[in-house]
Design a protein around this ligand. Structure first.
Ligand code: GTP
Ligand code: SPV
Ligand code: MN
Length: 586
């Protein structure tokens, strides 16, 4: 009897008609073959073996450089189950339309079967996926980003308990590009893109869109969150999980070199992008990082902003769409060196000043997590780590203060549900447009977001030691258009205040939006920042927030009666508090 996996592989092979089928075991020999395949294809180069051993540079098709939200669909039977924030296609239509594209798509190609595990090998929270792909780059990337091959295959055995994901590059024509999710049958189909979250199906497609659906069904959480441990001078480590939209600072926060290291505060990395969390017997929400690597934004990453990752990247890493120096080393804007003479840009052309960025703005590095000097000794704990604080955030030049604390869980859910952030190069489309991105899950929630808010509200009531909920903004700008806050390693000063609030210490002032630190509550020793800048960073402007109320109401509208009443209560509460402040001023 063929196993359920063998049956599915046979079925997709009948549809896509590959020349050969390769079952991936994750071995070193297989890796060598995959790399040779990539080198032969001509879209990948080996980096300098002395300075970047096992390093690769991959150049994607220039029309395929970021996630494509406009062609990402949730295919539920009922359109209302996908909700107003997702694109929807009916399952029969999706299967017909995209099935026709898959038909014969792998002719003359190798079909790789990649069994992979999301989460530590022996964790009960971990889950298995199988990606079938005709891209060698995807195989090499999945080897870094997940626990791929033999270990996953053995854990699966003859079981049908896996999430199948079918992926083909097709002909990379953007008009024939579809990223489809069938949450009711826990199936993923991705056609026509080889890039990042579109193609590495364990990441956004499974670990967020499908997993968020499973999490609601089964009473847990799948969130777009980094996980870090903040160590205090006594050696105690407090874990926090933070949700920021794409390219808004998750990887950098999770890997930071603490500016308060001399005072005994340091940060340990558990995860940089996704958290799967369950209520455990100790009454805490426990989180695992389902991934095994970091797929990080290259531009802006350097020895001053993220020294830990710069060390990690030195071996076994894949760079995508970065520039190349004559020494065969990767280069990008913000790497701490001037562009060298003879630089080759991300498209493989000689670069000259004035030609625009040499590295694509969403160029990325792919690096094994264990190589990070900051990796937590607990990052593979099967039970996960207990979370004491949730931190929401976004990229906002105005309005949102550096940090504030919500009043209680329900208010915290409102804070998360109303995050706004400026769009970045991580997704195709305009950059810098402010949009609502609830819990940083707008592109990643696999079901109706109103039901997702309900899930948050209900789950919170079931966590005896629920995390306290905060909001941060590293990106507030002054009148000169420059960031007011230095960011990166200095962000530990904000984490320290959050820790103090979790422990019931830490000075704060009550404002209509929540508790904001008093200017003297932040540890600022060694930081050259004026009192007026700090005041501006912490300022809560009633007019701004009144405007924000209107934006929030407009965002909530399309959810209709499905939106939990509690969020409208919180909206009204904020309106009342703002009004009270306005009256007091008069
Ligand atoms: P995804 O991987 O797309 O989900 O992004 P991310 O949330 O992990 O963001 P990442 O840490 O890669 O940062 C994205 C960009 O923001 C990079 O160019 C960083 O250099 C920049 N950045 C990160 N943290 C800070 C900060 O504290 N201050 C400032 N000014 N920029 C930051
Ligand atoms: C994001 O956009 O949030 C990413 C990059 O982490 S991708 O994997 O392409 O989705
Ligand atoms: Mn990241």
């Amino acid at each position: 009897m063929p196993t359920p996996l063998e049956q599915w592989v046979e079925e997709v092979a009948r549809l896509t008609k590959p020349e050969r089928i390769a079952w991936c075991d994750g071995s070193a020999r297989e890796q060598e073959e995959i790399v040779n395949q990539m080198l032969r294809a001509g879209d990948t180069l080996r980096l300098n073996p002395q300075t970047y051993p096992n390093g690769l540079l991959h150049r994607s098709n220039p029309n395929d450089v970021a996630r494509t939200e406009a062609v990402t669909f949730i295919c539920t039977r009922e359109e209302s189950d996908a909700g107003p924030t997702n694109h929807w296609m009916s399952p029969p239509e999706a299967k017909r339309k995209v099935g026709a594209l898959f038909a014969g798509a792998m002719a003359g190609r190798t079909m790789y079967v990649i069994p992979y595990l999301m989460g530590p090998a022996d964790s009960p929270i971990s889950k298995i996926g199988v990606e079938v792909t005709d891209s060698a780059y995807v195989v090499a990337s999945m080897r870094v980003m997940s626990r791929m091959g033999k270990a996953a295959q053995e854990r699966l055995g003859g079981s049908a308990d896996f999430v199948p994901g079918l992926h083909s590059l097709g002909d990379l024509d953007p008009t024939r590009r579809y990223i489809l999710h069938f949450p009711e049958e826990k199936l993923i189909w991705s056609f026509g893109s080889g890039y990042g979250g579109n193609a590495l199906l364990g990441k956004k497609c499974f670990a967020l869109r499908i997993a968020s659906w499973m999490a609601r069904e089964q009473g847990w959480m799948a969130e777009h969150m980094l996980i870090l441990g903040l160590e205090d001078p006594s050696g105690k480590v407090t874990y926090m999980a933070a949700a920021f939209p794409s390219a808004c600072g998750k990887t950098n926060l999770a890997m930071m070199v603490s500016a308060l290291e001399a005072q005994g505060y340091r940060v340990w990395t558990v995860g940089d992008d996704i958290a799967w969390m369950r209520v455990a017997a100790d009454g805490y929400l426990h989180a695992i990082n389902p991934e095994a690597g970091f797929f990080g934004v290259a531009p802006g990453t350097g020895a001053t902003t993220n020294p830990h990752v710069m060390v990690a990247l030195r071996r076994n890493s894949i760079f995508t769409n970065v520039a190349l120096t004559p020494q065969q080393e990767p280069w990008w804007e913000g790497i701490d060196s001037e562009p060298p003479a003879g630089l080759i840009d991300w498209k493989g052309q000689p670069w000259t000043p004035g030609k625009g960025p040499a590295a694509q703005p969403n160029s990325r590095y792919t690096v094994p997590a264990y190589q990070a000097p900051s990796i937590s000794p607990h990052w593979e704990d099967p039970a996960g780590v207990p979370i004491s604080a949730f931190i929401f955030g976004g990229r906002r030049a105005r309005v949102a203060p550096l940090v504030y604390e919500s009043f209680h869980w329900q208010h915290g859910v409102f804070v998360g549900a109303t995050i706004a952030s400026e769009t970045t190069a991580a997704t195709t489309g305009a950059v810098g447009v402010t949009r609502r991105d609830p819990m940083a899950m707008l592109p990643f929630c696999g079901y109706n977001m109103a039901d997702y808010f309900r899930h948050w509200l209900e789950l919170g009531a079931r966590i005896p030691h629920a995390p306290k909920i905060f909001h941060v903004n590293w990106f507030r700008k002054g009148a000169d258009g420059k960031f007011l806050w230095p960011g990166f390693g200095e962000n530990v000063r904000v984490l320290k205040w959050i820790l103090e609030r979790v422990e019931g210490r830490g000075r704060a002032a009550e404002t209509p939006i929540g508790y904001v630190p008093t200017p003297d509550a932040l540890t600022l020793d060694g930081l050259n920042i004026s009192r007026s800048t700090i005041e501006e960073l912490l300022r809560v402007d009633s007019a701004d927030w009144t405007n924000e109320l209107q934006e929030t109401a407009r965002f909530f509208e399309p959810f209709g009666p499905r939106l939990p009443e509690e969020l409208l209560e919180e909206h009204a509460g904020l309106a009342r508090r703002l009004e009270r402040v306005a009256t007091a001023k008069k």
